[in-house]
Design a protein around this ligand. Structure first.
Ligand SMILES: Cc1cc2nc3c(=O)[nH]c(=O)nc-3n(C[C@H](O)[C@H](O)[C@H](O)COP(=O)(O)OP(=O)(O)OC[C@H]3O[C@@H](n4cnc5c(N)ncnc54)[C@H](O)[C@@H]3O)c2cc1C
Ligand SMILES: NC(=O)c1ccc[n+]([C@@H]2O[C@H](COP(=O)([O-])OP(=O)(O)OC[C@H]3O[C@@H](n4cnc5c(N)ncnc54)[C@H](O)[C@@H]3O)[C@@H](O)[C@H]2O)c1
Length: 479
């Protein structure tokens, strides 16, 4: 049994783990990273990237069809095989050689296998051949093990071999009929993608479509899915599932109705990858999300850092925000704070300090790549009210700008700005419409920078762009 000591040991080589290790090495420390599957994690092979490839060609085709002149040039249908080939290439054919070589160049040592914490600062790595390596960390162990798909305990579901997001993202054929349980981000994106690829899709959205977004978002996405030929059943709840000998999946709903499909995708949220991580060795509960303080140290039930502060958690596994870019933001904070503590430098862990992931609370951006695209940052009106803020909500029809009229015939979209009336700053911004993704960062800067509305009047949007919605919202708010 080999034993090696590093300054920092990171468990999990997803986007977050990679960034943590890189940051501490850049800060002058040594780092090892432990990975049981593919270096690059969920995002690279089964989540963000492959799913966006499945969506992108359909979006480009729709965009061309919305423009006279371009529309006439589109004479065929989507080439599904070409889309799947492009997806395979973006997933590097599910091989991680490229990312492994990046780790080498970055000076990060890779240990392949299942990582388990065995005692304070010690991680045992069990390789596929059963050999064990003991890694000891001088300064910190960081858990960046991510999350997996949550599958509910419905009668017959597991036996019916349902798809989770992994199977959908890596599908090698397109099912004729696809049923989806869930109405969240994965369900909405995959319903859009597979409808575009030619499946007849049925969405069983018990709690509605994108229910945590501003209400107009779910309405627009539902309408677009239905226009594209999908069936969206709001309030429908699955009670039992069975798969026939011929492969047909039959979902019985709580109202007794049945839905038939060739594949069933379950997309109802995530569960943390902490089941087999040795958490019990440090007094934590296996299978639970890891709670962290502002500098991302894992805390126990008493709120104090576990073991005096050598254990950190970043990315999906701490359940703050389940998004790649936000996990990587945490990675920069956690990497830098580990270096600062190791060097005996001051920790800047206060609000908006360089070692605190403050944006997780109030300034998280997200793009949902549905038709139409949804781009949001900060709080919805409902969330702001629940947080006790005195707000004013301003809405604007996104199709009413000169830029949107130019962008596409029949452009449909909406925008909402949520203003904190006590501070006169924007705390939430949501856009839904074709190609709004790239408009989001302006709003993120306004929310994270807490830019006063008075100053925003001086940020003039160029004519004729969709960004003119900023001016229209300010005019509607008044000054
Ligand atoms: C279908 C889908 C689409 C998504 N699209 C987007 C998107 O467009 N944009 C976005 O921002 N986010 C998106 N997300 C979310 C994004 O994938 C996650 O937020 C991100 O992958 C989290 O990164 P992570 O490094 O924390 O975890 P992961 O990417 O899950 O990586 C964790 C790694 O740890 C390894 N691991 C786990 N346990 C152990 C162990 N005990 N020992 C060794 N290794 C271990 C795993 O094998 C894995 O490689 C999507 C998610 C899904 C499911
Ligand atoms: N473009 C992106 O940013 C992107 C894309 C995909 C996924 N993600 C991230 O991945 C994470 C997981 O996505 P997700 O869609 O699985 O989760 P989610 O939390 O977005 O949505 C899950 C949905 O399932 C519903 N639900 C929960 N339990 C249910 C049940 N038993 N039966 C029926 N419906 C049920 C919930 O009401 C919710 O609407 C999200 O946090 C998301 O941020 C991001």
């Amino acid at each position: 049994m080999a034993a090696i000591t590093y300054d920092v040991v990171v468990i999990g080589a997803g986007p977050v783990g990679e960034n943590i290790a890189d940051r501490v090495v850049q800060g002058g420390l040594t780092a090892a990273i432990v990975e049981r599957e593919l270096v690059g994690g969920e995002c690279s092979y089964w989540a963000c990237m492959p799913t966006k490839v499945l969506l992108r060609s359909g979006a480009a085709l729709r965009a061309a069809r919305q423009l006279p002149g371009a529309r006439e040039a589109v004479t065929g249908e989507l080439d599904v095989a070409a889309v799947l080939r492009r997806r395979d290439s973006f997933a590097s054919d599910w091989k991680d050689d490229g990312q492994v070589s990046w780790l080498g160049q970055a000076g990060i040592r890779l240990h392949r296998g299942q990582g388990r914490i065995s005692s304070a600062r010690v991680v045992e790595v069990t390789g596929e051949d059963g050999t064990t390596t003991t890694l000891t960390a001088r300064h910190a162990v960081v858990v960046a093990t991510g999350s997996g798909a949550l599958v509910p305990d419905l009668p017959g579901l597991r036996e019916s071999a349902p798809w989770t997001s992994r199977a959908a993202a890596s599908a090698s054929t397109v099912p004729a009929r696809l049923a989806i349980i869930g109405g969240g981000v994965v369900a909405s994106e995959m319903a859009t993608a597979f409808t575009g690829l030619g499946s007849s899709v049925t969405v069983l959205a018990r709690d509605g479509v994108l229910p945590t977004a501003e209400p107009f978002v779910g309405e627009l996405v539902t309408e677009a899915l239905r226009d594209a030929g999908a069936t969206v059943r709001l309030g429908a709840e699955a009670a039992a599932v069975e798969r026939d000998a011929d492969g047909t999946v039959r979902i019985t709903l709580t109202d007794g109705e049945q839905v038939e499909a060739d594949e069933l995708l379950v997309a109802i949220g995530r569960t943390p990858n902490t089941e087999d991580l040795g958490l019990d060795a440090v007094g934590l509960k296996p299978g639970a999300w890891l709670t962290v303080d502002d500098t991302l140290r894992v805390v126990g039930e008493d709120g104090a850092p576990v073991g005096g502060g050598w254990l950190y958690a970043a990315g999906d596994v701490n359940h703050r925000v389940l998004l790649t870019h936000q996990g990587k933001y945490q990675a920069r904070a956690v990497g830098d704070v580990i270096v600062a503590r190791a060097e005996g430098e001051p920790v800047e862990g206060g609000r908006w300090g360089r070692h605190a992931a403050t944006a997780d609370e109030r300034a998280v951006p997200q793009v949902i790549f549905t038709e139409p695209e949804v781009a949001s940052v900060g709080l919805t009106a409902a969330a702001a009210e629940a947080a006790g803020l005195r707000i004013r909500v301003v809405d604007y029809d996104l199709s009413a700008t000169a830029g949107s009229a130019l962008h596409a015939e029949g452009y449909r979209g909406d925008a909402r700005m949520v203003v904190d009336e006590d501070r006169k700053v924007i705390v939430g911004f949501t856009l839904a419409g074709p190609d709004v993704a790239e408009l989001l960062h302006a709003a993120t800067i306004a929310v994270a920078g807490e830019v006063p509305l008075d100053r925003l009047w001086h940020a003039v949007p160029a004519f004729p762009t969709v960004s003119e919605v900023w001016l229209r919202l300010l005019e509607a708010y008044g000054r």
